[in-house]
Ligand binder design. Structure first.
Ligand code: NDP
Length: 332
């Protein structure tokens, strides 16, 4: 059936300004790392994307190697763009990345060379059928490549019109500061940083990343804010559904669900219920509690999850006592 986007799609979503740029992002963005390769029915993908866009999610996050197989998430997303989203390009912020392993040989492996980044983006554009992406990221730091070369490639990419903005992912505070200075000197300011961040993964707090980003004028978008599904009602009671990521994918395994972690998750779930929220909603509201966090990028295997997650934006503020209890349960 022909897709007609909801007329009320911009009525309730919260948009946050990205650092010192002019770009607003939805507080909840959708990532296509899982569930958009050839492992989930195209129709389910379509339903997820429609639900997201109808709720005001304008930002879709990809990378060269999302799948499986590598590249297939971009190919499938390209098909959705040509179908449902034809004519809507200017309402979308599309990001992609390069830096992890992608193709055989020395030029498509983990790295940050000018050769890898530029050829990878050319491939991504072809797979998605786009002339440009909105944000292009270096996906992870590469200590074996001079930072000047990697930042020079990002600058060249923007100047060539293949991306409007650039970002970094999983860079430490110290390296981000250096990289941002190089980019500023080149005239292509760092737009955004994409770190992992959730109640169960707080490295950016000890690293002072949000302070650094504030200093350099960049935004932040946290990935895996639900700890890949652990911070939801999915694994409560120790059950591991057959179609869950802990069974289907390789980056989350049932072994991560230790009795201690599960006990903490049960307590967090009870706290969320006291607040009138689902655990997923409380986890996302928590990750977004600092206004310097521009957005959280979630994953979803069904449209109902997207709807549930967006509910995070209408919950109550956290009290000091609730925050302390979250610290206690999430680090138990
Ligand atoms: P999340 O932590 O949001 O985990 C998503 C998973 O949680 C879903 O696939 C689903 O699991 C489950 N889930 C989501 N919502 C609900 C809900 N309301 N109720 C119950 N279960 C729910 O994020 P991801 O790990 O998927 O990462 C999100 C995005 O971040 C990626 O798509 C990618 O764009 C980006 N990313 C970036 C990285 C980087 O290096 N820069 C690395 C990793 C991710 P199930 O599938 O089992 O149903």
């Amino acid at each position: 059936m022909t897709y007609v986007p909801s007329e009320s799609r911009y009525d309730t979503m919260q948009y946050r300004r990205t650092g010192h740029s002019g770009l607003d992002l939805p507080a909840v963005s959708l990532g296509l790392w899982h569930n958009f390769g050839d492992d989930l029915a195209f129709e389910r993908q379509r339903a997820i994307l429609r639900t997201a866009f109808d709720a005001g999610i304008t930002h879709f996050d990809l990378a060269n190697n999302y799948g499986p197989p590598y590249g297939s998430a971009e190919e499938n997303f390209g098909r959705h763009l040509r179908g449902d989203f034809a004519g809507l390009r200017d309402e979308l912020v599309i990001s992609t990345k390069a830096g992890w392993d992608m193709w055989p040989g020395p030029y498509g492996k983990i790295g940050g060379s000018r050769k890898y980044l530029i050829s990878s983006l050319d491939q991504s554009l072809k797979r998605m059928g786009l002339d440009y992406v909105d944000i292009f990221y270096h996906h992870r730091p590469d200590p074996s490549t001079p930072l000047e070369e990697t930042m020079g490639a990002l600058d060249q990419i923007v100047r060539s019109g293949k991306a409007l903005y650039v970002g970094l992912s999983s860079y430490s505070s110290a390296l981000t500061r250096e990289a941002a200075a190089i980019l500023r000197d080149l005239g292509t300011p760092l737009l955004i940083h994409q770190p992992s961040y959730s109640m169960l993964n707080r490295w950016l707090e000890t690293d002072g990343l949000l302070d650094t980003l504030d200093e350099v004028g960049a935004g932040a978008i946290s990935f895996s804010p639900l700890a890949q599904g652990m911070l939801t009602n999915k694994y409560l009671g120790g059950s591991v559904p057959e179609d869950s990521r802990a069974v289907k994918a390789r980056f989350l395994t049932p072994e991560a669900l230790t009795p201690e972690t599960l006990a903490g998750i049960e307590s967090l779930n009870a706290l969320a219920a006291d607040r009138g929220q689902t655990l997923a909603q409380m986890a996302l509201a928590w990750a977004l509690r600092d206004p310097r966090m521009t957005s959280v990028v979630i994953g979803a295997s069904r449209p109902e999850q997207v709807t549930d997650c967006i509910g995070a934006l209408s919950g109550p503020e956290f009290t000091t006592e609730e925050l302390a209890r979250i610290d206690e349960y999430a680090t138990a």
